[in-house]
Structure formats: C-alpha cells, structure tokens
Design a protein around this ligand. Structure first.
Ligand code: FPP
Length: 249
C-alpha cells in the first residue's frame, strides 16, 4: 500500500504550511553553491504541490522568502529573486492547466519591481481557478503582519468606525494577510530545525507541528504523505479532554 493510499482522504488537513529549509546545506553536501540548492528546491515545490492536489489539500502556504532573508549575501538574494521570477513566469501556464490559484502574503511593496509584477500577473491569471491555492510567503514576517493589524485597528478606533469592545478574534484575523484563508492545521519544517522563524504566528495557534530531518531538496511527494499520515495519527483536542472529542466526532 502506498503512503497516499494509507491517507484518510476525508480527513486531510485543509491547509498545510511549510517552512522549506535546508537548501544551502544540501548544496554544500553536493559540493555546489547555495543557489544550486534553491534551484533543486523548486523541484520539491512542484512535487509537494502535486502531492497536495492528490491528497485533497486545499491551501498550501510556502515560506519562500522571509524579511530576515534580506540579510543574506547580495548574490544569494538576487539569485533567489531571479529564481522566483523565472519559475513563476515559466510555470503559470502549467499552474492554470492544473486549476491552481497562486497568491502571495507578505510585504510585496518591498520586493524588486519585476518580482512584484510577476506575482501580481500570476495572481491575475490564476485567480478564477478552483483547485489548490498555492500561497507564497514573500518578504513575509509575522511580526510585521501583526503590527500592521494593530495599527489598522487602532486607526479604526481613532476614526470611530470601530469600538474597543467590537475587537474580536475575527476582527483581528481579518486584518491579517491571510484574511479568508483558514488557519493551517499542519505546519511542516524540513532540515531538522525546530523553530517557527517569524512565520504565521497568529495562524498557527492550534496547528500540529511536523519536523523532519530531510533537507528541502530531498523532500518529495511521499514525504508530504508521511507528514499527513503522522498528522492523522494525532488527536487534536483544542484544549478539551479526549472524552469530549469522542462525543463530538
Ligand atoms: C531555505 O533553505 C530556503 C529558502 C530561504 C528559500 C526557499 C526557496 C525555494 C525553494 C524556491 C522557491 C520557489 C518557488 C517557486 C516557491 P536555506 O537556504 O535556509 O538552507 P540552509 O538552512 O541549509 O542554509
């Protein structure tokens, strides 16, 4: 029985978020430069997207470039931006054929002009698709996102369009870049690191975490299925006790 066949297709996470890590170390192991690792990492993105489609996952959020990544050597940052622009422009037709809708979260205004334009173009071309929603976190920082939400709400209170008592979790969530996207049930991080690295801090409040030693360029479809199977073996209690879960299921 393949890993996919073992998955309970009616109980797959609706939203999986992934911190793709280990491209640099993988490249070093091969005696190559870091950009080679990122290039091969794109193959894993394709694999995981196809895997998500087959496993009935609706939203896939990938941490492609964090605000902190600007601190990397200039050649690596430029190489990553070029890779993103070329990959998206080459793949948009294929994404369309596969009914994939692509969008971004993060501070797009801080991206190079061609990268921002390519992302907007890909969004426009795929926005009517009804299959997997591929969400790329680009120039993303959860603290930035949370600060923006606070500022926007403070402004609304100042302008009397919102009262303090009207600030609910939903009102707050609607100020985030993930508005209208359900929270991820599963967060995966590759390469043996056990950090959240400023990713979706609000949205992962109840997410299950799955850490694997596998470096991102080696992470393939079956590895995604293994993560989903691991998730399905867990009991999600949301602060309740087991007996309460049994009654509601
Ligand atoms: C982490 O590995 C990886 C990144 C910061 C970039 C990930 C980007 C890609 C795989 C390309 C994405 C392309 C699309 C189309 C989404 P690392 O460089 O931190 O590795 P290390 O920890 O081993 O140094």
């Amino acid at each position: 029985m393949s890993a996919l066949e073992k998955i309970d297709i009616n109980n797959t996470p609706e939203h999986i978020a992934i911190i793709m890590d280990g491209n640099g170390r993988w490249a070093k192991q091969q005696g190559e430069d870091r950009l080679f690792g990122h290039n091969i990492g794109v193959e894993s993105v394709r694999e995981v997207l196809k895997g998500a489609q087959q496993a009935n996952v609706k939203y896939l959020t990938l941490y492609a470039f964090s605000t902190e990544n600007w601190n990397r050597p200039k050649e690596e940052v430029e190489g990553l931006m070029n890779l993103l622009v070329h990959t998206i422009s080459n793949e948009v037709e294929e994404l369309n054929k596969n009914n994939v809708c692509i969008s971004t979260i993060g501070n797009l205004d801080g991206l190079p002009g061609d990268c921002k334009a390519e992302m907007q173009n890909a969004y426009e071309q795929t926005k009517k698709n009804t299959g997997v929603q591929l969400i790329l976190a680009l120039n993303y920082s959860a603290k930035w996102e949370l600060m923006n939400a606070v500022k926007s709400i403070a402004n609304k209170v100042k302008e009397n369009s919102l009262t303090i008592n009207e600030i609910t979790e939903q009102v707050f969530a609607d100020e985030l870049t993930t508005k209208n996207i359900p929270d991820p049930e599963l967060l995966i991080r590759t390469s043996g690191e056990h950090r959240v690295s400023n990713f979706l801090l609000w949205q992962i409040a109840y997410s299950e975490f799955y850490f694997t030693e596998i470096l991102w360029p080696d992470f393939k479809r079956d590895n995604l299925y293994e993560a989903i199977l691991d998730y399905q073996s867990r009991e999600r209690r949301f602060g309740m006790v087991s007996e309460q879960i049994e009654k509601t299921s």
